[in-house]
Design a binder for this molecule. Sequence first.
Ligand code: MSP
Length: 519
Amino acid sequence: MVSKKKFYVTTPIYYPNDIPHVGHAYTTIAADILARWFKIKGYDVFFLTGTDDHGKKIALAAKKAGKSPKEFTDSLIPKFKQAWKRLNIKYDRFIRTTDKDHEKFVQKALQEAYDKGDIYKGEYEGYYCTGCEAYYTEKDLENGCCPIHKTKIEKLKEETYFFKLSKYQKQLLDYYKKNPNFISPKNRRQEIINRVKEGLKDLSISRTSFNWGIPLPFDKKHCCYVWFDALYNYYSATRKKGKEKYWPADIHLIGKDILWFHSVYWPAFLLSAGIKLPEVVFAHGWWTFDKEKISKSRGKVINVDELIAIAGVDSARYFLFREGVFGEDGDFSEKVLVERHNNELANKLGNLVSRVATLIERYGVEKTENKIHPSEEFKKAISKGKIEIKEILTDNPKDNFYIFEEHIEEGGKYGRVFSEAIRYILEGICLLVEKQVEEYELDKALNTIFAFIDYCNQYIQNRKIWETGRKRDLYELKESILKIAELLSPFIPESAEKIKKQFTAKKIKKGEILFRKIK
Ligand code: MSP
């Protein structure tokens, strides 16, 4: 028996110091989309999310709430789980850094690094931002404030253990070179490489100023720095029976603010431990709200319930991946979410589904054979990543159909003419969407699917199918809609499931409205 290919995707583990907001939802939905996609493709998928329970930030928040850190985080975990459930997110494990198996693993990793000589004792002096749980040097600060949180920053001096990060500079640079996709998207790569080239200082990995963390096994008055503890969650989760096969992770999805930790510290810890490195660390941008970062510590927050309340779960999921380029920043706007819900989900997708179902209910379908397949040129262009379909044109004076494939790099366009072209286009669309999703271009994948939805609506219009009642056209449209539902199901699972049910029923009928318009 050939064993299935595996796909292991992770989200950051979130600080449970407040309820989750749209920024957290974004990464978690992205992971869910990928997990669902690869499951459909037959992969053995492991999707990990969870919370980062230790550290000074949590200890302070708990104190403020008058609770112990454990009581405090225990009270917030159900909020995360509920939020993910409401957003239709199907993870395989919810890890907490306070889980016993994880704590035990981190102690083992610390001991091994210590025994190997990669951890040594020293003294640290620097500016510590509790919001970031990170030290800064004087030159990183902006007017004495944290560059991210803009809050005044404290100078700390303490006895600490260091991890020999500097020792791994060359190995890291070699790894980046040999694995050009490790830091993704591409445009984030060079900045990291430049910083690593400037030189790496050894990293302080223990604290004595508070004790909400994992004690160092070789010096119990120190507790482990939260990032050493946290990053190891991705690996410790695969140390359970039956889970070993998932390591290395195929993709760590994160926000750009924590790329340094994931592309420098994390691979260095793994190099030290002699563990394989993850395939890809993908850093997406930030959602802003009125152009300011949405964040708990800065006061601009849209929580998950508020997000869902605007236009429903699927519309929220759709909006987040249609609105901005995946990888870059996006500005959150309730108005635009509602517009996309109305104009795209209700008018384009919803209309297509209800029109075709109504016509099939009236006229029925007649099976056609698919004789036209994507050309070799088309496949080649896709595999080179050259194609981006902006619009499929259905200008058909002679009942022929055109697809314009735009070569981005060459800037040229070429067109092809086919009759019965819907199947040709459909197959091409599937290949292209597959390529886009598997290269983590989620927004582009949605653009392609919606270009095809536009095309289907045009097809009905141009062929006046409501007058001709042509059963073969309706068969083509039915097949197209089923494929659209499959392609969209990772993004909008609930609606896609409804469409699938409707169009695989013995008698296809006009169903309930998929997306009700919002005023
Ligand atoms: N606990 C660490 C991660 C440890 S992973 C080993 C952490 N937690 S966090 O709760 O502060 O943030 C988690 C993620 O949420 C980060 O990837 C961050 O980029 C993301 N977001 C927080 N606010 C965001 C936006 N406004 N927009 C998009 N994502 C943002 O960091």
